[in-house]
Design a protein around this ligand. Structure first.
Ligand code: UD1
Ligand code: CA
Length: 460
């Protein structure tokens, strides 16, 4: 294969300006960590190797990224600069022949198209290095890239090392590069730290390589780095806009999209309507024909086609489709709801599986339960699933109806076609077809009040 590609992600820094115990690259953005967003920009290139350079709280970064298959880690125990960071991959890439793409763990808005274009430009021009650049109105703080009219770069000088005249150059270094690895290896091991910060600057390799080319990005937002929480919030706004614009163009209606947030990890099929104040997070999938919101939070859940959900919270659960959920339903902990169910007002369902066309329309708690098809749960039915130590199961079979305010004391099984009378406390299993009533016998006691508080006898 020609031109194999390796990727190194610089992720060893603490990110002091985040004012956080957590490593900067693990801060969340649109449902992923910063560094996962960076890795997502590799979608259109096929790297043979991916190496993350970790340092500050390295174990935490490693375990947060352990799910990414093929990602390797090298440790930079002391953060002596970006050049020193990249030196740490030298042993891992011994004998590698190809190009090395260098990404910063704190530049999360890169589009896959941009990375693909950087690599393509690098390969097409046979460059020693290709640098992603942009012209900023305010380039303060960034390294400046000096190039001729053909974008051939002579050097990069850090802001603090620039003369006032050099500071006038508005072309900045994004910190994203593609290198010919063999050529980089002729200079990377020999960096010096003779600069204002006494660090080993990766940017210093540029003056000793040729040809080095600058590639201006089309959209300067893409190369914004995150150094503090204000920039994190700005990046979230940019990403939200992007995610929602893409969804709307793919056939989703959003009412007041500014009030809606959707993680980059969410899938929404065409012909879904999303109403205001709705938040879709994590691995959520919404199938076609759903009407979601207003006022709904859905996290790591699957909503089947044609479901309506209003003013509800759905976490780690799934709904087969065509039913209605809410207002004010709380599904959590693996609630699995069948087709055509009506789950209504003030109903909480936890770790419970429900068949098709079953209703629990009002004021109910179902926990650790299994319900069949066409069950009707009366208002105020509660599964008493917890004895203070353990959780116990409740089974309610097809077509059974529970009366209002019944308490099902688990473990307990109601057979098929059972009817539970209102107010029952069910402590033992009930066979198919039975009616169970546990109310005390009706008694009416006349003239029961003591004389002193009988309204007829009080004065005033
Ligand atoms: C760097 C560039 C600068 C560019 C800017 C773009 C250098 C010398 N300068 O500056 O030209 O305009 O990025 O944002 O490269 N890191 C490590 N180990 C270290 C030091 C840094 O892993 O020892 C990581 C950081 O965690 C971060 C990235 O490298 O993800 C960039 O480091 P940072 O210190 O932010 O570099 P800048 O000063 O922003
Ligand atoms: Ca930075």
């Amino acid at each position: 294969m020609t031109n194999p590609l390796a990727v190194a992600v610089l992720a060893a820094g603490k990110g002091t300006r985040m004012r956080s115990r957590m490593p900067k690259v693990l801060h969340p953005l649109a449902g992923r960590t910063l560094v996962e967003n960076v890795l997502a920009s590799l979608d259109q290139v096929q790297p043979e190797r991916q190496i993350a350079i970790v340092g500050y709280l390295a174990d935490e970064v490693r375990s947060a990224l352990a799910h990414i298959s093929g990602l390797e880690f090298v440790e930079q125990t002391e953060q002596l600069g970006t050049g020193h960071a990249l030196q740490q991959v030298i042993p891992a890439l011994e004998g590698f022949e190809g190009n090395l793409l260098v990404l910063n763990g704190d530049v999360p808005l890169l589009r896959p198209e941009t990375i693909a274009k950087l690599v393509q430009t690098h390969v097409d021009n046979n460059n020693a290095a290709t640098i992603l650049t942009a012209q900023f109105d305010d380039p303060t703080g960034y390294g400046r890239v000096f190039c001729d009219q053909n974008y051939i770069v002579s050097e990069i000088i850090e802001h603090r090392d620039c003369t006032p005249e050099q500071q006038g150059n508005r072309r900045i270094n994004s910190g994203i590069y593609c290198f010919n690895w063999q050529q980089l290896m002729t200079v990377l091991p020999h960096l010096k730290s003779d600069n204002d910060q006494g660090e080993f600057y990766l940017t210093d390799v540029v003056k000793d390589l040729a040809p080095v080319m600058a590639l201006d990005v089309d959209d300067i937002q893409e190369i914004a780095g995150i150094n503090n929480r204000k920039q994190l919030s700005d990046a979230a706004t940019v990403l939200q806009q992007r995610i929602k614009d893409e969804l709307m163009l793919s056939g989703i209606t959003m009412i007041n999209p500014d009030s809606i947030t959707i993680d980059a990890t969410v899938t929404v099929e065409p012909d879904v309507i999303i109403e205001p104040e709705t938040h879709l997070r994590g691995t959520t999938t919404i199938a076609t024909g759903c009407h979601i919101g207003p006022g709904t939070l859905i996290e790591n859940s699957t909503i089947g086609a044609g479901t309506t959900v209003r003013y509800s919270v759905i976490l780690n659960s799934s709904i087969a489709g065509t039913g209605t959920i809410g207002p004010y339903t709380h599904l959590r902990g693996q609630a699995i709801i069948g087709e055509g169910c009506r789950i209504g007002n003030f109903v909480e369902i936890k770790q419970t599986t429900i068949g098709d066309n079953t209703n629990a329309a009002h004021l109910t708690y179902l926990g650790n339960a299994t319900l069949g098809n066409r069950v009707n749960i009366g208002a105020g039915t509660i599964t008493a699933n917890y004895d203070g130590v353990n959780k116990h199961p409740t089974v309610i079979k097809d077509k059974t109806k529970t009366g209002s305010n019944s308490v099902l004391v688990a473990p307990v099984t109601l057979g098929e076609n059972v009817t539970v009378g209102a107010g029952a406390v069910v402590t033992k299993d009930v066979d198919d077809g039975c009616l169970i009533v546990t109310r005390g016998e009706r008694r009416i006691i006349k003239d029961w009040r003591p004389r002193s508080i009988d309204p007829k006898n009080t004065e005033g």
